[in-house]
Design a protein. Structure first.
Length: 166
């Protein structure tokens, strides 16, 4: 299945901002959006892992998407939020919180408005970009949330949250 075919299956995306760039996630992988809350730091975790939050009795790891994408650390503002997403890891679902500067809206992008990821010229490794959407002359980077983190990183994140909840 090509990237274009994968994108054509779902056309609704939640858009959010990191620095000056707009990103989008498949709405089917987004559980909810929370206001920024207190994050408990977990020792000896990667820099991009800000810690964990208590989400209705469950321990959920929170990652700083700006740090993951080699940007500056996310600073808390009135618009800072945590996007609760579901990631597939070895056939299991892992719930994580993705820290974003702001959430914008849920949009529909027609498959014809989505181009394949660029080969060069972006700060991101393109393997976790599903495609480049275009809306009102602005590019929207459509992310494949399952491919942003390596399995080793996810094992650290999920291992820490499992250890925390034990």
């Amino acid at each position: 299945m090509s990237a274009a075919e994968a994108v054509s299956e779902n056309m609704q995306y939640l858009t959010f901002r990191l620095e000056d760039e707009v990103f989008a996630l498949d709405i089917t992988q987004v559980r909810e959006v929370l206001d920024f809350t207190t994050v408990t730091k977990v020792p000896r975790t990667p820099d991009f892992m800000r810690g964990v939050i208590n989400l209705r009795g469950s321990v959920v790891p929170v990652v700083d998407m700006r740090l993951k994408f080699c940007m500056s650390r996310t600073e808390q503002t009135v618009n800072t939020c945590i996007i609760i997403v579901e990631i597939s890891l070895d056939g299991e679902k892992l719930v994580i919180g993705a820290l974003a500067d702001s959430v914008q809206e849920v949009i529909e992008i027609e498959p014809g408005q989505i181009e394949p990821p660029p080969r060069i010229g972006t700060r991101l490794n393109t393997e976790f970009i599903k495609g480049m959407g275009k809306r009102d002359e602005q590019f929207i980077i459509i992310l494949d949330i399952d491919k942003i983190f390596s399995s080793g990183e996810l094992a650290v994140i999920s291992g820490e949250s499992a250890a925390e909840s034990a």
